[in-house]
Design a protein around this ligand. Structure first.
Ligand SMILES: Cc1cc2nc3c(=O)[nH]c(=O)nc-3n(C[C@H](O)[C@H](O)[C@H](O)COP(=O)(O)OP(=O)(O)OC[C@H]3O[C@@H](n4cnc5c(N)ncnc54)[C@H](O)[C@@H]3O)c2cc1C
Length: 364
């Protein structure tokens, strides 16, 4: 139980509600996980900062929860205080293209409001679940776009320095599914600021399924519609009726490997699957080596879409990279499936898959 003194201090802060009933299964899109010691619901940034200070001063582990779409939490009692940021004003300036959103705003509402105002730059990020405050955490990306393309500043509360201030996006070390906020819990994102384009057109499109002419710019609303359609087809838009979406989206990041390893993987594919398949192996040169496709490797290692694992957690029937809860899964079922796949890909190709979600109280 949380110390009575801390509980009283938290309860006394204006804008805070203490919730002892909600478990992580209700807070996350994988829908697994037990109860935190308490869920602290914060209705404004000042309340979130005050709660963080109190919990940090008491040396109690704190976890910030947005939409829970990139979180895998253990079953049973979870020895943390969970902080839910429930403030989410969205301000869109159609003239300048400047957009600001509070951490608790649903990310897709930010995209929809920007697209409705004819602003371009985040239309390819339509349909990604979760909160605005979390988008910088792993530099969310999809269909050739990343939030780092348009993120100018974030309002951060730095938990070590005890400072609440706007910092430039450049201070976050944004990279492929990474920022220095991910896994570190060093700061709370309270607000984000984006600079979008105002000519009604999308960012130059690079992704083959969105354009036949790389570099083409299309009307933002058209691109949003197309992205949502594609994502629905892959089970990548949340739908409570569709168990394929009871997931954390892509469960593993695309591995970035040494070119020599990429060559060795290709040679193994040639041996096991033949020349024609080896020729289609996705490989992209990036600054740190070659980026391979985790989904492709998983499939070629013998895990097709819908791979049943032990039954309660399976691969999505629409996308090889999503591990999904078929309704009754426990956290350990998701972990067992993740291990099965990680080990299978390692055995087949010598490539180590790394999970994308943040894990709480569990390890692979
Ligand atoms: C169906 C589906 C499709 C997805 N598709 C994509 C995709 O295309 N591209 C992509 O990049 N991701 C995708 N994801 C992953 C996920 O939606 C994103 O990572 C999203 O940004 C997570 O937001 P969230 O609010 O749910 O974060 P949570 O899962 O609640 O939290 C994730 C991490 O961020 C931290 N965090 C959350 N809010 C804050 C804050 N305000 N300040 C500091 N830390 C914070 C948490 O403590 C935790 O460590 C998908 C997930 C699902 C379920």
């Amino acid at each position: 139980m949380l110390e009575e003194f801390l509980t009283q201090q938290l309860a006394a802060v204006e804008g805070i509600t203490l919730d002892y009933d909600t478990d992580f299964a209700s807070l996350t899109t994988l829908r697994v996980g037990g109860k935190p010691q308490v869920l602290v619901r914060c209705s404004n940034p000042e309340a979130a900062v005050a709660a963080t200070q109190l919990v940090d001063d008491a040396s109690v582990p704190l976890v910030i929860v947005g939409g829970g779409s990139n979180l895998l939490v253990r079953d049973g009692a979870v020895d943390v205080v969970a902080l839910l940021l429930e403030f989410g004003d969205i301000n869109v300036d159609a003239g300048s293209g400047l957009v600001r959103a509070g951490a608790g705003a649903e990310w897709d509402r930010v995209v929809a409001a920007s697209v409705d105002a004819g602003l371009g730059g985040i239309e390819c990020l339509s349909g990604i679940p979760g909160s605005a405050g979390a988008v910088p955490v792993q530099n969310v990306g999809a269909y050739g776009a990343e939030i780092s393309d348009v993120l100018t500043r974030v309002r951060l509360y730095d938990r070590r320095a005890h400072v609440d201030e706007w910092v430039p996006a450049a201070d976050l070390d944004l990279d492929y599914r990474y920022s220095n906020l991910k896994f570190t819990h060093r700061a709370l994102v309270l607000e984000i600021e984006l600079q979008l384009s105002t000519d009604g057109l999308s960012k130059p499109l690079r992704f083959g399924q969105l354009t036949q002419q790389p570099g083409e710019r299309r009307r933002v609303a058209e691109v949003r519609e197309e992205v949502l359609r594609l994502r629905h087809g892959k089970g990548m838009v949340l739908d409570p009726q569709d168990h394929d979406t009871w997931s954390a989206g892509s469960f593993f990041t695309n591995p970035i490997v040494d070119p020599a390893l990429a060559e060795a993987v290709c040679a193994r594919v040639r041996t096991t699957h033949g020349d024609a398949v080896a020729e289609t192996m996705p490989r992209h040169a990036v600054a740190k080596g070659e980026k391979l496709s985790a989904a492709w490797l998983i499939e070629k290692a013998g895990f097709p879409k819908g791979y049943p694992g032990q039954g309660r957690a399976t691969l999505s029937t629409k996308h090889t990279l999503a591990l999904s809860n078929r309704g009754e899964a426990r956290a350990e079922d998701i972990v067992a499936l993740a291990r099965d796949i990680r080990d299978g890909v390692r055995a087949a190709f010598g490539v180590e898959l790394v999970p994308e979600p943040v894990w709480l109280g569990l390890a692979l």
